[in-house]
Design a protein around this ligand. Structure first.
Ligand code: 3PY
Length: 248
């Protein structure tokens, strides 16, 4: 039985004062024993998460990581640095990084590897655009994104990653994949992992992301291959984030 995981992706939002209210609200309302909860915040706020969330049941992480361990890479943040700030997770390959920063499948795979090497859990995001879906290429696209990661990971490492299926057309648009449609893609991803390792596939948490909110969370999270959510806008309100976690 896979335990549900709900991660808030704050994107480029927040302020020290606002974060404090949000984090305290999440900690106070989190019913331990339900889903695992985490927030992935802008890098400058990691120290604040470490101060406010240490010793609580809420984990924290970053939204991106360098593929390199150290060196002359201005603006980059190494996985070891995230680790020093107590991060458990790091998102890699979010569609906004793939689209606006031209991250290739291979670069995303290297980032996943760098995260694992530093003891972090990479949350590998995959998803198709509307054009790709309409052209009937959803599975081809997401499976190629996943394959690049499978190609660089050995089996024990593979067991440690989390996958997130985020249809690009459902991100920040208010549109959500129907539960059946999301389930179909999740099942295809799990099957692809199973071809490499049945054990890794059985244990791997595959999250759904893309306008998940309290109103649709229960139906999505009720699907057999949907093991949690990667939450955008709704993660910025403690009440909504907690309602999603409670539906898990
Ligand atoms: C969204 O729901 O908009 C997301 O991109 C979550 O990562």
């Amino acid at each position: 039985m896979r335990r549900k995981l709900v991660i808030g992706n704050w994107k480029m939002n927040g302020s020290l004062a606002g974060n404090s209210v949000l984090l305290r609200g999440i900690v106070a309302g989190h019913a331990a024993g339900k889903a695992d909860l985490a927030v992935c915040v802008p890098a400058p706020y990691l120290a604040q998460c470490q101060a406010e969330l240490s010793g609580t049941a809420v984990a924290w992480g970053a939204q991106d990581v360098s593929a390199y361990a150290a060196g002359a890479y201005t603006g980059e943040v190494a996985a070891s640095m995230l680790q020093e700030f107590g991060c458990r997770h790091v998102l890699v390959g979010h569609s906004e990084r793939r689209a606006y920063h031209h991250e290739s499948n291979e670069l995303v795979a290297q980032k996943a590897l760098a995260a694992l090497n530093a003891g972090l859990v990479p949350v590998v995001c995959v998803g198709e655009t509307l054009e790709e879906r309409e052209a009937g290429r959803t599975n081809v696209v997401v499976c190629a994104q996943l394959q690049a990661v499978l190609d660089v990971l050995e089996n024990p490492a593979l067991e440690k990653i989390v996958l997130a299926y985020e249809p690009v057309w459902a991100i920040g648009t208010g549109k959500t994949a129907t539960p059946a449609l999301a389930q179909e893609v999740h099942a295809a991803l799990r099957k692809q992992v199973a071809e490499r390792s049945a054990g890794a596939a059985a244990g791997m948490r595959i999250l759904y992301g893309g306008s998940m909110k309290p109103e649709n969370a229960k139906d999505l999270l009720g699907q057999s291959d949907i093991d949690g959510g990667l939450i955008g806008g709704a993660a910025l309100k403690a009440q909504d984030f907690l309602a999603i976690a409670a539906a898990a």
